[in-house]
Design a protein around this ligand. Structure first.
Ligand code: ADP
Length: 455
């Protein structure tokens, strides 16, 4: 029943308000009641003292009356008229006045002294009395009906109950409105979010106009949906690109095997068909390895972390590509210093091999590649600069995208997949590093890698 925020807020508000209102009302009522009774006591004691003094001075019941000052405060109604009785020091009743309660109409001995004080209060039915014993042994009892005060207190209690009920109702209405303002947009967001599926990933939840916490939450959910949609679209694009790339070598294999099966061929022709199938197989193998690496990178499992020196890693990449450089008549020069980083030597070498291979493949004959490794401001900086064909401004922002090739016709069809730089980018990102490129068409390109350096 209390599984909605609205109901929980209402329940809490009701409990808290009830506790506060009841506690405050009770404290107020008890305080008023106490001060009323204290005032009644004080008036009765004052009247009793005054009567005792009068008796002591005249020793006659004649002319004894509760003084006006007290009578006025005790009330004017006939019921509120005070009554009094006086006993002399011998214990004889010497005066009795006012609307005496029946049991006091024949007073005997004076009441016993109770408590340490010279006077003590007591209730008699609806009446309240004070009994005073003065130093000379004279006992005075003054009392009166408390109906008026009791009625007043009852009225106060009703008024307080009504005020408490009103406050409670008002508080609950406020809580209900507030809870609704919080819960309603949340409910709408929940419904909207529930309706979002891969097919409706472009839908967004409504953002309330005022930018309170709920507005911000809606903004955050929409931001998250934006990222999810992008990731989902990237994933779809990736799957379709990967299938497309894998289809080419499969088509080659099928074409060659179909040909070979269709008619008898010479041994050389079979050998040629098998060699073509092998090349297509190798291409598929390299593609599948690249795809696996990207999948591992997406799952955050790309690198093993060691403390490694970049200098031998870069040197090893240069050596691995030396043969290709020789064939393409490209001169590779290096300038390396020892810089320690935290990372995976094999993966880092893979990045530099790819950068060097590209710098060689997309170079011109008798071109140059300069490889530099240095450190600056806590970073290892590796640049691979070539004197090749360069990359146009429109293509530059995309060269790190998966399957992006600047111009398929200029790439070597067997080696190029458009995944090398994307994988390099992922490997460097997993190392906390980055890669950027500057290029001019016809002049050459410079790839710059930055990695956090170990102190
Ligand atoms: P590929 O396997 O096609 O080389 P990459 O991801 O390594 O894939 O490179 C993506 C594209 O960027 C390449 O197809 C190429 O057109 C372009 N490119 C990469 N490096 C260079 C370079 N040094 N000079 C000119 N173009 C380059």
């Amino acid at each position: 029943m209390f599984n909605s925020i609205q109901r929980q807020l209402m329940a809490w508000q009701a409990i808290l308000l009830t506790l506060v209102v009841v506690a405050l009302g009770a404290a107020f009522y008890l305080r008023v009641r106490r001060s009323t009774l204290e005032q009644v006591d004080a008036d009765l004691v004052g009247a009793a003292q005054s009567l005792a003094t009068s008796w002591s001075s005249v020793h006659s019941p004649h002319g004894l009356a509760v003084p006006d000052a007290f009578r006025h405060r005790m009330g004017r109604g006939p019921k509120e008229t005070p009554y009094f009785l006086i006993w002399n020091d011998a214990g004889e009743n010497v005066a009795a006045e006012g609307p005496l309660p029946p049991e006091l109409e024949n007073p005997g001995r004076p009441p016993e002294k109770k408590g340490p004080h010279p006077y003590h209060p007591q209730d008699r039915g609806e009446n309240h009395e004070v009994i005073l014993r003065d130093d000379a042994g004279v006992v005075v009892l003054v009392g009166r009906n408390l109906q008026r005060e009791r009625d007043q207190l009852r009225r106060l209690l009703k008024w307080l109950a009504a005020a408490a009920a009103g406050t409670l109702a008002l508080g609950l209405c406020g809580a209900w409105l507030l809870a609704r303002r919080i819960a309603r947009p949340l409910e709408q967001m929940t419904l909207a979010a529930e309706g979002i599926s891969p097919a409706t990933l472009a839908q967004r939840v409504d953002v309330p106009t005022n930018r309170n916490e709920i507005g911000r939450l809606a903004g955050v959910i929409n931001g998250m949906l934006d990222r999810l949609q992008q990731a989902f679209e990237r994933q779809q694009q990736f799957t379709s690109d990967a299938s497309h790339e894998l289809r080419t070598p499969v088509t080659v294999i099928l074409a060659h095997t179909d040909d070979a099966l269709a008619q008898d061929q010479s041994a050389d022709e079979y050998r040629e068909a098998l060699a073509a199938c092998r090349r297509a197989g190798l291409r598929m193998k390299s593609l599948i390895e690249s795809l696996l690496m990207l999948a591992r990178s997406d799952a955050g499992k790309l690198i093993a972390v060691d403390e490694v020196d970049l200098s031998p890693i870069v040197a090893s990449a240069v050596e691995a590509t030396a043969h290709a450089a020789g064939e393409a008549q490209v001169k590779v020069t290096t300038q390396l210093t020892s810089v320690m980083v935290r990372g995976d030597a094999a993966r880092l070498e893979q990045v530099f091999v790819n950068l060097l291979s590209n710098a060689i493949v997309y170079n011109r004959p008798r071109g140059e590649v300069r490889v530099q490794l240095s450190s600056d401001h806590g970073e290892a900086i590796i640049t691979v600069a070539d004197t090749g064909i360069g990359i146009g401004d429109a293509d530059l922002p995309h060269v790190f995208d998966r399957f992006y090739r600047v111009d398929a016709s200029r790439s070597s069809p067997s080696a190029s997949s458009g995944l090398g730089l994307a994988i390099g980018h992922e490997i460097l990102r997993a190392h906390g590093g980055q890669i950027e490129v500057a290029s001019q068409v016809g002049q050459g390109s410079t790839f710059t890698v930055r990695l956090p350096r170990l102190k």
